[in-house]
Design a protein around this ligand. Structure first.
Ligand code: 15L
Length: 269
């Protein structure tokens, strides 16, 4: 498939682009910054929050053949202000979806986050795809809104849009929480490839974690889309020291983002 990957220079992007290229996909990188040294696929520098810049990238790409999908990984990975989060996650998703409609690109795979449902208490039991939006931060609010946009464009324009609510995408888990929420690099590539290739998903949500022994997020929605995780954080368990924060981080899906440390006004300081 010919796939445009936004946020290609980011922590997710660097892994996913190489993984997809290794699996034979024709990857095109898109980021605010130049391609990392040694990048062997085409690259466009643009801000995904700038709709005109995004439209220009799609226009340039249209001369090189059909684009089959967009993998949208661009966006701040942490909590900033509400306006900052909305720009970073909602406006970028909107700019890409508008360009996809204009150029008849049929599929979007999105790096959403567990923080869209991060305030769901652990005591509620298994976290399923039907968990209602329950963000833990403005970051989570923006992920919820980006998912809503995907649903809207799926309904209005028939775009297949798979939202991957990712856990902790790390080389290895480093906290007790991550023993449950870890997404390994290899499983991350498997997840994105499944979301790209599964037939006609419409709008769908999956939980992006590995097959962690301690996981409590439902893996079935991903399996239905062809995502079969193979790694398990448990192999790292004996290297992880307990911390005083572990208990509070275990209370809600979003871990530290759901604690009082992140409480702040929606607007202003
Ligand atoms: C995310 O979505 C964030 O981008 C990252 O900073 C971590 O908080 C991660 O989730 C997580 O929940 O571990």
């Amino acid at each position: 498939m010919r796939v445009l990957v936004s946020g290609a220079a980011g922590s997710l992007g660097r892994v996913i682009t190489v993984g997809l290229a290794d699996r034979g996909h024709d990857v095109v990188g898109l980021d605010l910054v130049p391609a990392p040294e040694g990048t062997s696929f085409p690259w466009h520098e643009a801000d995904c929050a700038d709709a005109d810049a995004v439209a220009a990238v799609f226009e340039a790409l249209s001369t090189g053949g059909r684009l089959d999908a967009v993998v949208h990984l661009a966006g701040l990975p942490e909590e900033v202000s509400l306006p900052g989060e909305l720009t970073s996650h909602v406006i970028t998703t909107a700019a890409l979806l508008d360009a996809m409609v204009a150029h008849r690109v049929p599929r979007l795979v999105y790096a959403s986050s567990n923080h869209a449902v991060g305030r769901t208490p652990r005591s509620a039991g298994e976290l399923t795809e039907h968990a209602r939006p329950r963000p833990d931060t403005y970051y989570g609010v923006a992920k919820v809104a980006a998912e809503a946009l995907m649903q809207l464009f799926a309904d209005r324009h028939g775009i297949d849009a798979v939202s991957c609510r990712i856990g902790s995408f790390l080389e290895e888990p480093t906290t007790v929480r991550a023993l449950a929420t870890w997404l390994s690099y290899d499983d991350g590539v498997r997840m994105v490839e499944a979301a790209l290739t599964t037939p006609a998903p419409g709008f769908a949500v999956l939980y992006g974690i590995s097959a962690n022994t301690r996981g409590w997020w439902d893996l079935e929605p991903g399996r239905r889309l062809g995502y079969e995780p193979l790694d398990d954080a448990e192999e790292f368990a004996d290297r992880i020291a307990a911390r005083p924060e572990d208990e509070a981080e275990a209370e809600f899906v979003g871990g530290p983002f759901a604690t009082a440390e992140f409480h702040r006004p929606a607007l202003g300081d």
